[in-house]
Design a protein around this ligand. Structure first.
Ligand code: SF4
Length: 121
């Protein structure tokens, strides 16, 4: 998902008051020892709530900009890592793997841009 950060830059957290997840922290942030199947079920429930939330885009943007953990705007740690916004101190191998894929993709894009610039000159 492409995010227009210029459009969604937030200078305060006022949007959080409109979030549908208020009071449901345990649904959006799992314990460190959470089993994968339990996490999938919890994240599915969280995403269903996010899907109806009026501040989903603001939340998704804030999650990326602040390198957060947990579900933000329907996006989990792996998805933020793939988008180039790996959560601080990633705790799962799958998040680190997603970070590596994002880095590899970014390098490939840089190589492509460099090649195109060389061809154009
Ligand atoms: S998008 Fe999801 S995590 Fe963000 S405020 Fe809304 S319900 Fe909460």
């Amino acid at each position: 998902m492409d995010i227009d950060f210029e459009t969604h830059l937030e200078t305060d957290d006022a949007w959080k008051d409109a979030g549908l997840c208020n009071g449901m922290t345990q649904v959006f942030f799992g314990p460190a020892s959470e089993r994968p199947e339990r996490r999938r079920e919890r994240e599915l429930l969280a995403r269903s709530i996010c899907g109806a939330c009026p501040v989903m885009m603001e939340c998704l943007s804030a999650g990326r900009q602040n390198y957060e953990h947990g579900i933000w705007g329907g996006e989990n740690d792996e998805e933020r890592a793939l988008a180039g916004h790996t959560p601080r101190s990633p705790s799962r191998r799958s998040v680190i793997a997603a970070q590596k894929i994002a880095s590899k993709n970014r390098r490939a894009e840089e190589d492509r841009d460099e090649l195109l610039a060389t061809m154009a000159s």
